[in-house]
Design a protein around this ligand. Sequence first.
Ligand code: TXA
Ligand code: MG
Length: 346
Amino acid sequence: MICLPDSRSLDEAASRLRAGELVSFPTETVYGLGANAWNAQAVAKIFAAKGRPATNPLIVHVASVAQLELAVPESLPSHVTDGLQALNGFWPGSLTLVLPRNSRIPDIVTAGLDTVGVRIPAHPVALDLLRRCEFPVAAPSANPSNYVSPTCAEHVDRELGEKVAMILDGGRCQAGLESTIVTLVEQPPRLLRAGALPVEAIAEKLGLSVTTLLRHAPTKEAAAHDQSQLSPGRLPEHYAPRTRLLLASDVESQLRTDSATAVATPTKFGRILFRADSPLLIDATEIICLSEHGALDEIARGLFAALRQLDHRGLDAIVVDTCEETGLGRAIMDRLRRACRGSQRG
Ligand code: TXA
Ligand code: MG
């Protein structure tokens, strides 16, 4: 059920969360599928609704830095406190920090890790809801596992509508890409997922180079975690539409490979443009232009909705523009590369 947020529906949403039910709520990045993070049974419903592997930990949401204590121990190592101090100006915002977890956070939330990802979202509805909750709210993106994240209430309703008690409608997400994830547990801090907050801004606040923040996992063990549970976003099948997705920069060579290997060559194309004057490259039956002049924030905001829209049109392939991998462009290209690999699964 999609509900407009007002004081009554927000109170009801908080009560339903308190009672162990699932509530989807808007954030500035994407819509979340929320459950009381202190209630293992409620959190189990998230995994069931999404078809999410139990090895993939959830992000916990709180309303303020003061509420961090709902998820994180009172006393933190000094390098963690330093990192928090340097970065908490980005909150509320599109930054998730991986921190030590306290004993009230059950194993199911963190997939057994001794750390927890925490975020204060910058959306008035999310903040209002979280302020009404005296517990932290665990919330992954509100999409079936492996599908494109939702950026409006209708996206959530279409795939998970039957599985949630309420969907709070906060309109279209402003950022349109998931949060940037940084671990403060490692020294120095390290990027786990590019996202809506550019890494350049984070590196500057930490007094680190971007290269240091982007470095690979330090140990074999950490690398194995990255591959399996810490950053399942790195698995190829993440964020993929069902329709085959091709990057505009690869389309020519991909189609050549298709004909050389006797793969059926696509004939019905959708096309996502990043600017009005991008070359079409193929004969498209459906065209979506995300930004007149290639503004990265506009591209990010509209990208997932465009992928979803074209995914329902019975096309053979979608060809999408590429952009430079700096600032927001890094997260845009990260999601597109994964979507390309994931969409060619079968
Ligand atoms: O923007 C967002 O981050 C959205 C909104 C709803 O806040 N949430 C989101 O959640 O994208 P999800 O589940 O789709 O992605 C969460 C990512 C996972 O890839 C997970 O591996 C990582 O966060 N994560 C969570 N806890 C972690 C931890 N303790 N250590 C490392 N990575 C963690
Ligand atoms: Mg997700």
